[in-house]
Design a binder for this molecule. Structure first.
Ligand SMILES: C[S@@+](CC[C@H](N)C(=O)[O-])C[C@H]1O[C@@H](n2cnc3c(N)ncnc32)[C@H](O)[C@@H]1O
Length: 424
């Protein structure tokens, strides 16, 4: 097989099947011509190590948003960009070989790909001199700068280039899970603010094939998401609705904190519901129900039916840019405004599903006031029958009545949550 095609498939195995780089290299060593192997090795590791940066360069030069690329096409582009920016090969050789491959599989994309790669080749020196630390959509940058200081934002952009830690929600006592994982070379530490959580501190290669993962002992979930799930402990009542649930994380954390409730997990499409079901099967959580409704419309049969409704709202993701390459690069003002409208509609409808004396929990992984405090202020104006509750957590996680963390010093992800109670 052609060298770059083989490289693209190897990257696919790493990315979509989460295969170890070591295993991929071991397998390719047996099949590739001996003279090609060192170059293959260098390219594979290079693309993987610089993946975020390469995506950022592609996003900057491409009119098509990078989440719209087909996997193969995107990987070919990243291989070419890596070659242009990191290897000494003549620019035209890499570009023309990759464009030729793209032309054979999807002729319609060859012209666009060629244009992007040639522009990157032209700007090569500037790109090499200036890493993509500021690779964030300017309108998202402006939105952040309106709420925070330039220094905070600059520090955050620096951090946003780093890799996020991997945290685990444990479905057995976390000390037992920790000891079990350690026995197979996976080192972890206890998460300080999430009582069922561990953080991976060393190797993660092979974690997704590990028996603890396959058995459903662990779910990958950040510390702050786990903390949002723990808010279930500050509510009462049996029936809980997670209105925007996929892939299910907040509900899994709520269940782990209080398995005695009855949980309904809703999301908007069949695909999203399937994703929840898939996780429920692996985690052996067969008592949780899954529904498919559009939360921006009223669902008549839910009115007055739930003791607790969680809206973990679709948002800009501005609190977790370390993880969200697409959000970082594509999020413009229009998108943020649309999200804000959707959040308001979801809150309005959810208010009707809450029983008297019941609770509405609103959370986001955003740090923008417009998606957080402003939404709650507006909600309270429009719904005088609701009262804002004081959240009870370690004070470092709080801002007044809210759970609110910011990501500027790298200790936390940026999260927000409010608890509202229907008193009238
Ligand atoms: C922040 S994510 C939820 C993450 C999830 N709670 C978790 O912790 O794993 C927001 C979710 O809102 C869903 N969503 C977006 N629009 C929706 C709508 N109109 N109705 C219901 N769900 C919607 C998205 O599909 C997405 O899964």
């Amino acid at each position: 097989m052609e060298f770059y095609t083989e490289l693209m498939y190897a990257l696919r195995e790493w990315q979509t099947r989460r295969k170890d780089v070591k295993t991929i290299l071991f397998e390719r060593k047996a099949t590739l011509p001996e003279r090609d192997f060192p170059q293959f090795h260098q390219n594979l590791k290079g693309v993987i190590e610089n993946y975020t940066e390469l995506e950022a360069v592609l996003a900057k030069y491409s009119n098509l948003p990078i989440d719209k690329y087909q996997t193969n096409h995107k990987l070919y582009m990243l291989i070419a960009i890596y070659g242009l920016l990191y290897l000494r090969k003549a620019d035209y050789a890499i570009t023309s070989q990759i464009v030729e491959i793209i032309k054979q599989s999807t002729p319609g994309l060859a012209g666009m790909s060629n244009g992007i790669l040639r522009s990157i080749g032209r700007d090569k020196e500037a790109l090499q001199a200036q890493p993509m630390a500021d690779s964030i959509h300017p309108e998202l940058h402006d939105a952040l700068a309106a709420d925070y200081t330039e220094r905070d934002v600059a520090q955050y952009m620096e951090l946003a280039r780093e890799k996020a830690p991997i945290d685990l929600l444990c479905f057995k006592d976390r000390l037992l899970v920790q000891a079990d994982l350690a026995g197979r070379g996976f080192d972890t530490e206890l998460l300080p603010y999430a009582k069922h959580g561990l953080r991976m501190t060393g190797n993660i290669q092979g974690l997704f094939d590990d028996e603890a993962f396959l058995r459903g002992d662990i779910y990958i979930q950040s510390e702050m998401s786990q903390v949002v799930g723990s808010l279930i402990d500050q509510t009462q009542g049996k029936f809980v609705l997670d209105l925007a649930a996929a892939p299910g994380g907040k509900s899994f954390s709520m269940w782990r904190h209080d398995p005695s409730r009855q949980y309904t997990l809703n999301d908007v499409t069949r695909e999203k519901a399937d994703k929840i079901q898939q996780n429920l099967r692996r985690l052996n959580l067969n008592k949780l129900r899954v529904t498919i409704f559009d939360a921006t419309r009223i669902v008549g049969r839910w009115i007055g039916s739930f003791d607790v409704v969680l809206i973990d709202a679709p948002c800009s993701g501005s609190g977790i840019l370390v993880k969200q390459v697409e959000a970082k690069l594509d999020r413009n003002k229009k998108q943020i405004d649309e999200m804000t409208k959707r959040q308001a509609a979801m809150l309005d409808h959810a208010a009707k599903y809450v029983k008297k004396q019941g609770f509405l929990i609103y959370s986001t992984c955003s740090i923008l006031r417009g998606e957080n405090e402003d939404r709650i202020d507006q909600f309270l104006k429009d719904h005088p029958g609701f009262r804002l509750e004081q959240i009870q957590l370690d004070p470092v996680l709080l801002d007044g009545p809210y759970l609110k963390t910011t990501p500027f010093d790298g200790q936390f992800e940026g999260f927000f949550a409010a608890i509202l109670r229907k008193v009238d």
